[in-house]
Design a protein around this ligand. Structure first.
Ligand code: B16
Ligand code: MG
Length: 221
């Protein structure tokens, strides 16, 4: 008996399931100011979805100071320690409104659910906010060689869920992430602004605005 292959939804974490994107911003801004670099919303936007070392390289490339490898490593550690102090207090109340309803609705309709975050803190955050057990597969950022906008992480999650990429849809708040989803040959739902997420197939202001019906609509296009 042959059964129809199922569909899957692959979520980004930071900025899609919860507001850790803001904590990354606070921690990066402190580092940037320390090395004499301006760091506002626009600069932060370019770092979203980019892994820690690459993000730091992007900040340091705008500094007049020079750094040894050991100093670069220490700055990365400092940013991560600050970030971890911010996420340590997270609770299930920090899940974005409507996300739990969306997840339960998708599960009821048989979607596979995965998380594609390049954050090495993703599992800790998902545990703190009580969502870890809701997903069949959470990518291990330590095993991903190419950060977003490379499609590797989305293709890895699709493969782990045993769902072909064309039957998956990705949800992202970052430019790099939307580009990664499109490069993986999946429709992309952008969370945020159409001015920023220009490659997204459709945009919502908040993750809680997404419904299983919207996802089905895009998968059937
Ligand atoms: P960490 P995502 C990304 O997570 C963030 O958007 C990005 O700002 C951060 O630098 C990156 O994770 C690495 O995070 O330092 O915790 O390993 O958006 O892919 O969920
Ligand atoms: Mg994100």
């Amino acid at each position: 008996m042959s059964s129809e292959p199922r569909n899957a939804v692959i979520f980004d974490l930071d900025g899609v399931l919860t507001d850790t994107a803001h904590f990354h911003f606070i921690a990066w801004q402190k580092i940037a100011h320390q090395v004499g670099v301006e760091f506002g919303e626009a600069e932060n936007e370019a770092l979203k979805g980019i892994d820690r070392m690459r993000s730091l390289e992007m900040i340091l490339s705008r500094s007049d100071m020079t750094f040894t490898d050991a100093e670069v490593f220490a700055l990365a550690e400092q940013k991560n320690t600050h970030y971890q102090s911010l996420i340590a207090e997270m609770t299930p109340d920090d899940v974005f409104p409507g996300v739990n309803t969306l997840i339960q609705g998708l599960k009821a309709e048989g979607f596979g659910l995965g998380v594609a975050s390049v954050s090495k803190n993703a599992e800790f955050v998902l545990t703190r906010i009580g969502l870890l057990d809701e997903f069949e597969f959470v990518a291990d950022a330590a095993k991903i060689k190419n950060t977003k906008p490379d499609p590797e992480i989305f293709l890895t999650v699709a493969s782990a869920l045993s769902v072909p990429p064309e039957q998956c849809i990705g949800i992202e708040d970052s430019q790099a992430g939307v580009t990664a989803i499109k490069a993986a040959n999946m429709p992309a739902i952008g969370v945020g602004s159409a001015d920023t997420l220009t490659q997204a197939d459709t945009i919502v202001a908040r993750t809680g605005d997404i419904t299983p019906a919207l996802i089905t609509q895009w998968l059937n296009k």
